[in-house]
Design a protein. Structure first.
Length: 332
């Protein structure tokens, strides 16, 4: 990691760590889903930004992680959040093994439609098998312990904006560092090579299908861990977490922040959550305004919010060049 990027990452983590006393309880709770979505989107962007594979069913892994948290805390009565995160990653991998084995054979729209189909199948399973999943009522996620500490003296809000907040920040930072190492590793280079030119990558010795499959597994594990982090504040694992519109939201967050940049999905998650909350406070028609605002942002800046500084610099440079260019002399 370059010096400037490292300093920016450390500054962002420090600012988030110091945020709860400054923002207050309500605004701090808004950041909790940002951590969960940020982890899930890091996984999604491994497929999308680095692998060139757009998944329209990634929400099934988020739901798998949430339901794993519900089973571990509610059915097995294991309160350790570390066990919850491990179980969520295992559930994501178990679901991704058969799905990825088939989807990794395809690219472009075929990959997207297959993931969408599997996502809807998983949503139907969660919705219909009431005895196992609770059906449309979902499953309760009980409050976990953190590093063996119960924090019984804290009510739910104090627990969420205090220990749980800093715990999720640490988990998100560690997983972001892990993903950074993955995308900068030889595996990450192979993944980008098959994205840019799969035939040439095969000629150079890259096992394209296996590379996509491994990326799919890693992406699923990140998505499931993010789902477990999302489930604790709400206290519920719901079938709608796996619905196709939620998958679309994940893709849109990635586009909003900028899938060509490593930190783009993280910024996209933050911008989406804060913008949604602000519009909900203004009007009951917030969905209409949210769609319009997000569409304008994407149209005005195709590279996402992370690409906005470069876009502004390019436009300013073009304006300076036009201003410095000699004007033609007027005709006599």
């Amino acid at each position: 990691m370059r010096g400037g990027a490292l300093l920016a990452a450390l500054a962002a983590v420090a600012a988030l760590a110091a945020a709860p006393p400054l923002l207050g309880e309500y605004r701090t709770t808004l950041l909790l889903p940002v951590f969960g979505y940020g982890v899930a989107l890091l996984g999604l962007n491994l497929l999308f930004g680095y692998g060139g594979l757009v998944s329209f069913g990634h929400a099934m892994f988020v739901a798998a992680g949430a339901y794993a948290a519900a089973v571990v805390t509610g059915v097995w009565r294991i309160e350790s959040f570390e066990a919850v995160l491990l179980a969520a990653a295992a559930a994501g991998l178990a679901l991704a093994l058969p799905v990825g084995a088939l989807c990794a054979r395809y690219t472009k729209i075929f990959f997207g439609m297959l993931t969408l189909a599997f996502g809807m199948l998983f949503h139907s399973f969660l919705f219909k098998f009431y005895g196992l999943t609770g059906g449309d009522q979902g499953m309760r996620v009980r409050r976990p312990t953190l590093l063996g500490l119960e924090f019984e003296e804290l009510d739910k809000t104090a627990f969420l904006v205090g220990p749980y907040y800093w715990y999720c920040l640490a988990v998100a930072a560690l997983l972001a560092l892990l993903m950074w190492r993955i995308v900068r590793s030889p595996f990450g280079l192979a993944l980008r090579a098959q994205r840019d030119n799969p035939r040439k990558a095969e000629y150079l010795g890259v096992e394209v299908r296996r590379t996509r499959f491994v990326a799919f597994l890693v992406s699923a594990a990140f998505g499931a861990v993010g789902g477990a982090m999302l489930a604790v504040p709400t206290g519920l694992a719901d079938p709608e977490l796996a619905y196709w519109t939620h998958s679309g939201t994940l893709v849109f967050m990635t586009l909003l922040g900028g899938f060509a940049h490593f930190a783009g999905p993280l910024l996209g998650a933050l911008a989406y959550v804060l913008l949604q909350d602000w519009l909900m406070s203004l009007t009951p028609y917030w969905r209409l305004l949210l769609g319009a605002v997000l569409a304008l942002i994407v149209l005005a800046c195709p590279q996402g919010l992370m690409g906005l500084p470069a876009l502004l610099r390019a436009r300013l440079a073009a304006r300076r060049r036009r201003a410095a260019a000699p004007h033609p002399a007027p005709a006599e």
